[in-house]
Design a protein around this ligand. Structure first.
Ligand code: COA
Length: 160
């Protein structure tokens, strides 16, 4: 399957993502997917936090983005993010969330270039089988956005 090849996942993993309603969006260069991202409007597992992010109704979450190594450094990632946000807006999505690990400066630059604004830093601590999260609000973030982020990280996902 082309998406599985382009995103470097197995066909099974890709099929599972599509089956639960996630979408893969991509920009092509010379007929090949150069940069890709996944979009979910429902719950999504965030491996780095060992937990779910459940966007509020009307919100979407962009995750697992990547640019093929040979295509990096040409701002294709922020271009894809901008186009994805525009498309989601046309579909009625009012807010789009994205996360980067704090040390991933390439992703931070791309996300900033695409026009995203910081809401908060999420700090995760694990003690044996217990996990706790803190949201440290960004100085410029509106309180309702910080509240939505906290809710998205603590909302119990509905089945399945
Ligand atoms: C993060 C990533 C998606 C960025 O993709 P991209 O299409 O190269 O994005 P950009 O071209 O906007 O690059 C981002 C910044 O890194 C710089 N950069 C990227 N690749 C570079 C390279 N090979 N050499 C030098 N600088 C590079 C860019 O110049 C840019 O900085 P700038 O805004 O100051 O110009 C890509 O590096 C990647 O796939 N990384 C692995 C997966 C990952 O980390 N995904 C993000 C988490 S969801």
């Amino acid at each position: 399957m082309a998406i599985a090849r382009a995103t470097d996942h197995t066909a099974t993993e890709t099929a599972l993502r599509l089956a639960r309603g996630s979408r893969c969006l991509a920009l092509s260069v010379d007929g090949d997917f150069a940069t890709t991202c996944w979009v979910s409007e429902g719950k999504e597992w965030v491996g780095e936090l060992d937990g779910w992010f459940v966007p509020s109704p009307g919100d979407a979450y962009i995750w697992d983005c990547a640019t093929r190594p040979s295509c990096r450094g040409h701002h294709l990632y922020p271009l894809l993010l901008r186009q994805t946000v525009r498309r989601l807006g046309q579909e009625g999505i009012r807010r789009v969330w994205i996360a980067t690990e704090w040390h991933n400066w390439r992703s931070v630059r791309g996300v900033t270039r695409a026009g995203f604004r910081p809401v908060g830093a999420v700090v995760c601590a694990r003690f044996v089988c217990f996990r706790t999260l803190w949201v440290v609000p960004a100085p410029t973030a509106a309180p309702d956005l910080v509240r939505s982020l906290r809710e998205g990280l603590t909302r119990i996902p509905s089945e399945p």
